[in-house]
Design a protein around this ligand. Structure first.
Ligand SMILES: Nc1ncnc2c1ncn2[C@@H]1O[C@H](COP(=O)(O)OP(=O)(O)OP(=O)(O)O)[C@@H](O)[C@H]1O
Ligand SMILES: [Mg+2]
Length: 362
């Protein structure tokens, strides 16, 4: 018997009420600028509504669709890097299963909610322990970003999951599966959401471009795909910012908008590192950073793929050593060390590599 109040969890409530448009909250949400209207972030506006809208991950979507259709949904653990559609997928599943009863049948908790051991014990138990009068299907508890849950809460969840399996399914979502205790992992069917492949990102971006009437320029979509690196949220956010800042979204607009070094800047850096003497290379890169506001860590990150393409690097150990040094520099920069010193280290690494190449050629 349904005795608990509807769990008015953000997102779930929003989606349901906005769709039904009947409740007072629903009316209020219709003009919510975060979901609809011109100022809406496109990531939310174009969040997949159904499983068919979810780009890529065909195997996962097919499997989940089949399990849902046969009413055999197991506990799920969806994991993978940000912006790959984990939350969107489970929300689409919930819509498909519950339709308008979504709000009553689904509890979503994410990292912004209090999720210590007490919450697991009480809020989830309160929700999971009641049966629905509307239907005899199971309820769904979505624990988003659950890699941020405390270990104690995760241990408490083990028992809760088992206790309420009869009428409740749990969907755990996280970026780092390693942070989920093995006992929880073994209770769930795991699906990994890898970064989206470029072709699917392209199709989705083209859809948004068409819907929003964005004027694109040469290299625009390619730059969005490259900088997004499989994170659809990131690509969409950059597209929206670039569209607001520039008349036409071309390659340069995208790079300028994100403050990322352009491919031609990196080409110049590679040239200086390989051909100029130490001082000259150091000064030129420093000047480039000042002129364009580029962080050294971005240069280092972009240099990495170049290492695999430069033919003139001589014997393999030179490339290996450079790769290691780039990784060290990135690590040190992540700890907030001096950019200037690390730039010196970068130029030095290439200087040594050049000596090795010359020695090998003699
Ligand atoms: N597979 C996809 N198909 C279509 N759009 C997607 C896909 N993945 C992500 N997006 C877009 O990116 C936005 C964010 O996706 P979502 O919230 O599902 O990511 P996530 O995997 O849960 O990321 P995080 O780990 O950061 O929570 C969506 O609103 C949607 O616009
Ligand atoms: Mg998410």
């Amino acid at each position: 018997m349904e005795i608990d109040k509807p769990q008015n969890i953000e997102g779930i409530a929003k989606l349901d009420e906005a769709e039904a448009g009947t409740s007072a909250a629903g009316k209020r949400l219709r003009v919510d600028p975060t979901v609809d209207g011109k100022a809406a972030p496109w990531v939310e506006k174009y969040r997949p509504k159904t499983l068919d809208d979810v780009a890529a991950h065909k195997d996962i979507i097919d499997t989940i669709r089949r399990l849902t259709r046969e009413n055999r949904l197991p506990h799920l653990l969806l994991y993978g890097p940000p912006g790959t559609g984990k939350t969107s997928t489970i929300l689409a599943v919930a819509r498909q299963i519950y339709g308008k009863a979504l709000q009553n049948m689904t509890l979503e908790l994410n990292a912004s909610d209090e999720r210590g051991i007490d919450v697991v014990r009480q809020q989830i138990q309160d929700f999971a322990s009641t049966r629905s009068v509307y239907s005899n299907t199971f309820k769904l508890v979505i624990l988003d970003e659950c890699d941020a849950m405390t270990k104690d809460a995760q241990f408490a969840l083990r028992r809760v999951i088992e206790k309420y399996t009869r009428n409740t399914r749990f969907c755990l979502i996280c970026n780092y599966v390693i942070k989920i205790i093995p006992a929880l992992q073994s209770r769930c069917t795991r699906f990994r959401f890898p970064p989206l492949d470029p072709e699917h990102v392209r199709l989705r971006l083209e859809h948004v471009v068409e819907q929003e009437g964005v004027k694109m320029g040469p290299g625009g979509v390619d730059a969005l795909i490259t900088l997004g690196a499989g994170d659809m949220r990131r690509s969409l956010n950059i597209l929206q910012s670039a569209h607001m800042a520039f008349d036409a979204v071309d390659g340069d607009a995208v790079y300028l908008c994100t403050g990322s070094p352009m491919p031609r800047d990196i080409e110049a850096v590679v040239n200086w590192l390989l051909n100029e003497d130490f001082n000259e290379a150091f000064q030129r890169i420093l000047q480039l950073q000042v002129d364009k506001g580029i962080a050294l860590v971005d240069i280092v990150r972009e240099l990495h793929p170049w290492l695999f393409n430069i033919q003139a690097l001589g014997p393999p150990h030179v490339r290996v050593a450079l790769c290691e040094k780039l990784a060290d520099i990135e690590y040190r920069l992540a700890y907030g060390t001096s950019e200037r010193l690390q730039l010196g280290s970068l130029v030095a690494a290439f200087s040594l590599a050049r000596d090795e190449i010359v020695a090998a050629a003699e």
